[in-house]
Design a binder for this molecule. Sequence first.
Ligand code: SF4
Length: 424
Amino acid sequence: MKDTPETGCRNAPILKERGQREVFCGLTSIIWLHRKMQDAFFLVVGSRTCAHLLQSAAGVMIFAEPRFGTAILEETDLAGMADAQDELDREVSRLLSRRPDIRQLFLVGSCPSEVIKIDLEKAAERLTTQHGPHVRVINFSGSGIETTFTEGEDACLAAIVPTLPKADTRQLMLVGALPDVVQDQALDLLGRMGIGPITVLPSARADDPVAVGPDTVFALTQPFLGATHAALTRRGARHLPAPFPFGEQGTTAWLRAVADEFGVSDELFEQVTAAPRDRARRAVAQAAETLSGKSVFFFPDSQLEIPLARFLTRECGMNAVEVGAPFIHKDLVGPDMELMAQGPVFSEGQDVDLQLDRARAARPDLTVCGLGLANPLEAEGLTTKWAIELVFTPVHFYEQAGDLAGLFSRPIRRRDLLKLEAAE
Ligand code: SF4
């Protein structure tokens, strides 16, 4: 383990780029959100392209469940806005009469609905009046014009926040959609420290008692929730800034921030965390044998880049050449940047051709990027890791720390084996 650098990277210069970007749109996040929210339905107001994206993403990555669909905007809708609104109302009525189990309906905007400026906020208000209180209708945008792929979750959670009732008592809110098994581990660790009551956003069901108010403190589990952070702050809640819970050190620092807020003693903290910390350290050390001394280059994609670069450089001995992120919210990722040794270039936004040139010049041992860039870079002899896998795989907290390191070490090991075979 490296010592904490004295100055860190919090104030490192940031290369801001505003060119073409190669990232999935926010509709992608429906794939994991619909699994989390058991009585929700996501109705994408979009084109056949949007329907295909969802179907192919769902088909590849999950067993599709009937909790999302697409209200297709036909070409005629583009000419007649009134028709589009009527058609949407009819579609929603048909859906809700067929599916009384739906308690939250999300109208999800897309590029076509952005282009024709169909007002989904008004539609959500109108439909809530019509179908409430049994069903709450909320809108957010997953359009590729407005969002990158993890921003879909941020937009969804930020849209839920104003609809939450006011909380009058002190509570901890965990914010971010985690796989159930990972969420349970976090709740177990916090519960054993005596921290509570704890609520989670997004909740599994509309009736779960999630509320927010001035006595709410919240801890983010995902670094891409900037709009949700702002929405919760507007409701009077207070953010607990911390490194994100990736790896042994990130998890310990995240838990420590929450424990300090709730007055947990050092002894109790040690008692609860010692065993899983040790397991996590040993699991990471195994993968670090492959990663140590290797260089890594992040293209901007999921907004997980900075916390992951912190994990790879501090816990796995890697050198970060460039850490690109679609957005850099210092309120969120500042604590991770503080823990990083100076050296990497931080870039925000993307000008994909310029960034490809920098990656080719650096020839890193591992390039973390989107699906669209991975194949061409592999063809040029660079080893890549698909960033999207990091969002679909359980990677948070102690018990997943080894798997997280393994996601990065596997492609490098595979490449080394191929080289050996070629040499024989
Ligand atoms: S929202 Fe835009 S980018 Fe996303 S699938 Fe639909 S048309 Fe494509």
